[in-house]
Design a protein around this ligand. Structure first.
Ligand SMILES: [Zn+2]
Length: 259
């Protein structure tokens, strides 16, 4: 089998505080983030990594603070633009269950869905500050992913091969059960990391301060997040251009990886 190809699917934009991408930096400065998910082509299964954000109406009503501009049709239309029908998707790997990563799961009727056990457990019983991220029942919503729970397979949060040339690694910290997807390509391994890293700039540090990385601004567990950034950097041998995050505007400069 020749190398795999990764397609970032552009689902729209969000304008949030820059401090979300870098801890304690850019407070009060607007940051135009992307809303993405990823399609992996060339493996023995057709794989989607996350299914992305809700539609505009829902995002505007329930997540106004993210100022989303969602592309109509979501991940289903974005996939069709590259010649793949939603019913063809065999496997969905969920980096985590936040609403902007796991919407529209129910549109992928033929897919098996993998999520880490820790992530599903936390999503069902989050702390109150995280109710909106998971669209919890306690705020009058229904977590969208529960529509597809019968298609879900919960997996241990350990490194494991999914299919040939595609594996998952544990990258908790942003949430308790966040995982990243490692894709072997002709251009070396790429890591699709969800929100474990917010932008490729998180992979650059400040040598004068002896920090090899820059901490993200959106995490639950500081130490776990830092270790996850370290693991991701090791996986790509410190080549940050091979780290594909969900909200990083730099990613969308290319239509596929590797080019
Ligand atoms: Zn998230």
């Amino acid at each position: 089998m020749s190398g795999l190809t990764i397609y970032p699917l552009d689902l729209g934009d969000a304008v949030v505080d820059l401090s979300m991408s870098m801890e304690k930096k850019g407070t009060g400065v607007p940051w135009k983030a992307k809303l993405l998910c990823y399609y992996i082509e060339g493996a023995e299964k057709k794989i989607l990594v996350d299914t992305g954000v809700s539609d505009q109406e829902h995002a505007g009503r329930w997540h106004a603070e993210t100022n989303c501009r969602v592309t109509p049709g979501g991940s289903m239309v974005a996939l069709e633009k590259i010649g793949v029908k939603p019913k063809e998707i065999d496997l969905i790997l969920l980096t985590h269950l936040h609403w902007d990563h796991a919407y529209n799961l129910d549109k992928y009727k033929n897919a098996e869905i993998y999520v880490a056990k820790e992530e599903l457990a936390y999503a069902l019983m989050p702390l109150p500050p995280h109710y909106f991220y998971y669209e919890h029942w306690n705020i009058g919503l229904t977590p969208w992913f529960t529509k597809s729970i019968q298609q879900m397979k919960t997996i241990d949060l350990v490194p494991q091969k999914v299919v040939d040339q595609v594996s998952v690694i544990p990258t908790p910290g942003h949430t308790p059960g966040s995982m990243s997807v490692v894709v072997e390509t002709a251009g070396g391994p790429y890591v699709i990391c969800g929100d474990a890293v917010m932008t490729q700039d998180n992979l650059t540090g400040n040598p004068a301060r002896h920090t090899p990385y820059t901490m993200t601004g959106h995490f639950m567990d500081y130490r776990a997040t830092w270790r996850s950034i370290d693991l991701i950097s090791q996986m790509v041998k410190a080549d940050k251009t091979r780290v594909l995050a969900t909200h990083d505007p730099a990613v969308i400069s290319k239509s596929r990886y590797p080019e």
